[in-house]
Ligand binder design. Structure first.
Ligand SMILES: [Mg+2]
Length: 255
């Protein structure tokens, strides 16, 4: 069948940490450190948390696997062993992660933006995050915003690839397979990444899709100027997204 591009919906691919949720990674980081220690037998891969956490800002936007690799390499672990035990790290971290109630960590105003976009019939919403998938879904559930993200649409996760740059294409392929008649990848020109770091912008550029940045993570707006638009809060994010996807079509209007 032919696809009418004018009627193609928009695919919005949301980052989690620093974008949908703020300050919601403490238990995530603790579990990751503990699992790296258990799986690789390293002596305290956290190396003393205060030292490691100082690097949180420069690690923002890295995938879970990438952060894990960096920590392990710092601790002298053989890269072949890191590769060989990657799946076990994903499995154990996913099983052990239990963050408790994260509802207080939702980025203020973002739930209303998700709701407004979800009410449109020309927008679908999914995820591109460095979190392992099960951690991502647990985190969203703990924050009570998982209902906006249909797992059947897939998404792109740190458990899919260690390099974030490959995640948007994975998410487009999955969304296309789930929703498009010919199951082809979602069109780049109808896809928007939403994230809080230069790495979110870089992954969008790598895939050739639009990106709207929000400066609610560790990066100020001036670090995010390569994005197509930069928001400073949920309200300006909404405005930036509507400027791209357009005002909602009025019910009953032609086309
Ligand atoms: Mg982020």
């Amino acid at each position: 069948m032919t696809i009418d591009r004018d009627n193609e919906r928009w695919l919005l691919l949301w980052d989690i940490d620093g974008t949908l949720l703020l300050g919601a990674s403490i238990e995530h980081a603790r579990v990751m450190f503990a699992v790296l220690q258990e799986v690789h037998g390293t002596d305290d891969p956290a190396g003393g948390q205060p030292i490691r956490l100082r690097r949180a800002a420069e690690r923002s936007g890295m995938t879970d696997g990438q952060i894990g690799r960096e920590i392990l390499l710092d601790n002298g672990v053989d890269p072949m062993q890191i590769d060989a035990r990657f799946a076990e790290v994903v499995r154990r971290a996913s099983e052990d992660y239990d963050p408790g109630d994260l509802t207080a960590h939702v980025n203020p105003g973002v739930t209303a933006v998700l709701a407004e976009l979800a009410a449109r019939d020309d927008v679908v919403q999914s995820l591109v995050t460095g979190n392992f998938e099960r951690i991502a879904r647990t985190k969203l559930r703990a924050a009570a915003i998982d209902g906006w993200f249909d797992a059947a649409l897939g998404g792109g996760f740190g458990s899919d690839h260690e390099q974030r740059q490959f995640l948007p294409e994975i998410a487009r392929q999955r969304a296309g397979a789930a929703l498009r008649a010919d199951e082809s990848a979602w069109p780049r020109e109808r896809t928007i990444i939403i994230g809080d770091t230069p790495r979110d912008i870089a992954c969008a550029r790598h895939d050739g899709v639009r990106v709207v940045a929000i400066a609610t993570g560790p990066h100020p707006p001036e670090n995010l100027s390569e994005a197509d638009a930069v928001a400073t809060d949920a309200e300006s994010l909404r405005d930036a997204l509507l400027a791209i996807v357009g005002l909602p079509p009025r019910p009953g209007s032609p086309g």
